[in-house]
Design a protein around this ligand. Structure first.
Ligand code: AMP
Ligand code: ZN
Length: 470
């Protein structure tokens, strides 16, 4: 079955045709590790994870590469201002190297909490200086660079078709918008490949190069590292929508100038998470971390559910109400799946034609440019479809969850009740047998205070974790 993906480069939904049948090279621009990721950043990684899981569900082996930007990303996209890493180091009183390690670890924790699959390759800009210098040398040899007093720049006028990804109107907008920041640049869209360390001050992160001591520009790491790990032309390149006009446009320019290829065949961009009327950004507005959501009692996977509830090519507005709704929906989904597990009992074989029909509906959604909101609707319909056997439905839920990543089958079972709670339950059982109702109620409250709800059924006590807000 065809997978259709919206390609920013052609502005159409296209059938995905991998370079090597059955395989896909996927490069996703990773974080700049000068601070924690906010939930807006994480929306982009959830979308990319959904893409990878959909490809894999279709039987495609995905080689996923993600970079870590730990040097060279300046405050302004026009190559001016301070390096975000050096600024972050000053803010925290630590070294740039220390904060890079700490924020990288925090980022990977966040990905784990969101059940985002681990990339096959993590690559750090600072560990690939040689590769970046080599790529710049090729660009220079091919005649696309010039030198100013602060660095080596890419001459965008020399490259016919520069800016095709962004569209001409956007490129003209950038040119008009950044004239003030031109410095010695020949055109506003020209960008730094290598920046010299400032005279008279020592940077924490700097290296020797054929052009002088300094550090790489932000965009070159992605051209150099994707070439190393995926080849100079690979299948899919992703990032947030803000990357279209500058970062990805410049990655393409570098790779074309160095290797004569267009870098990737498909370019997918996730739209932003909004907070009120504002986009969520590190520099402005409220900075919400996944950890804060968890501290407030939300399951991080409720945030994943919330993200999947909006198509990646529409902006999504965050509110606590909608996150609460997502949390409730996820809990209900898990409760439904729990009932299904009981109903399916000891197992049996799924019904072949019914399973194929369910699978095909799900594939129709996810293969249509990752229509995850529709995929969730297909899942809900399936759970309520009493015409299909519980065994078949359960088998499909298991399959669908490999794409949704909501851990629907990681149900709290009796074994997960901590020993202390099990002991209280036993005491309560005995109190009830002895008709000590006051003691029984006291024990119920004690159990509740520890996050569990006891219910009395004709077959005895049952226990479950408290629901959100209960
Ligand atoms: P950064 O760490 O700033 O380089 O950004 C990491 C990723 O998050 C990039 O792919 C950005 O495009 C993306 N991003 C930044 N802000 C948002 C937002 N508000 N919503 C969704 N994605 C975002
Ligand atoms: Zn990149």
């Amino acid at each position: 079955m065809d997978i259709k993906l919206y390609n920013t480069l052609t502005r159409t939904k296209e059938v995905f045709r991998p370079i090597r049948p059955g395989h896909a090279g996927l490069y996703t621009c990773g974080p700049t590790v000068y601070d924690y990721a906010h939930i807006g950043n994480l929306r982009t990684y959830v979308f990319e994870d959904a893409l990878r899981r959909v490809l894999e569900y279709n039987g495609i082996a995905v080689r996923h590469v993600m970079n870590i930007t730990d040097v060279g990303h300046l405050e302004s996209d026009a190559d001016s201002g301070e390096d975000k890493m050096e600024k972050g180091a000053r803010r925290t009183g630590k070294t740039a190297w220390q904060i890079a390690a700490e924020y990288t670890a925090a980022f990977r924790d966040d990905l784990g909490s969101l059940n985002i699959l681990e990339p096959a390759v993590w690559c750090k800009a600072t560990e690939h200086i040689r590769e970046q210098v080599e790529t710049i040398r090729l660009i220079e040899q091919n005649g696309y660079t010039y030198r100013t007093s602060d660095g080596i720049y890419f001459d965008t006028k020399k490259l016919p078709g520069y800016g095709a990804l962004a569209g001409l109107a956007n490129i003209e907008g950038i040119q008009a918008g950044s004239r003030v920041e031109m410095g010695e640049k020949r055109s506003a869209t020209d960008f730094a490949l290598w920046k010299f360390s400032p005279q008279g001050s020592q940077r924490q992160m700097e290296w020797d190069s054929p052009w002088g001591k300094g550090f790489p520009g932000w965009h070159i790491e992605c051209s150099a590292m994707s070439a190393k790990y995926l080849g100079t032309l690979f299948d899919i390149h992703c990032g947030g929508e803000d990357h279209i006009a500058v970062h990805h446009t410049n990655e393409i320019a570098q790779t074309e100038a160095a290797y004569g290829t267009r870098l990737a065949n498909y370019w997918l961009h996730g739209f932003f998470l909004q907070l009120g009327e504002e986009k969520m950004a590190k520099s402005s507005g409220e900075f919400l971390r996944l950890r804060l959501l968890a501290d407030k009692g939300y399951d991080p996977l409720a945030y994943r559910y919330f993200c999947l509830g909006g198509h990646y090519r529409t902006q999504l507005r965050f509110s606590w109400e909608s996150l609460t709704a997502a949390q409730r929906a996820l809990e209900n989904l898990r409760a439904e799946v729990g009932r299904l597990v009981l109903a399916a009992g000891g197992g049996g074989e799924p019904d072949g034609p019914a399973a194929a029909a369910g699978r095909s509906k799900f594939l129709d959604s996810v293969n249509d440019d990752l229509n995850m909101p529709q995929a969730l609707a297909v899942l809900w319909d399936l759970l309520k479809d009493n015409g299909t056997s519980a065994v078949t439905r359960l088998a499909l839920v298991r399959e669908f969850d490999t794409v949704l990543g909501l851990k629907l089958l990681d149900l709290p079972s009796g074994d997960e009740v901590p020993p202390a709670i099990a002991a209280l339950l036993e005491q309560r059982k005995q109190a009830r047998a002895a008709k000590q109702w006051t003691e029984s109620d006291r024990l119920r409250d004690e159990i509740a205070a520890q996050g569990f709800v006891v219910e009395d059924t004709p077959r005895g006590q049952t226990v479950r974790r408290k629901k959100f807000g209960e």
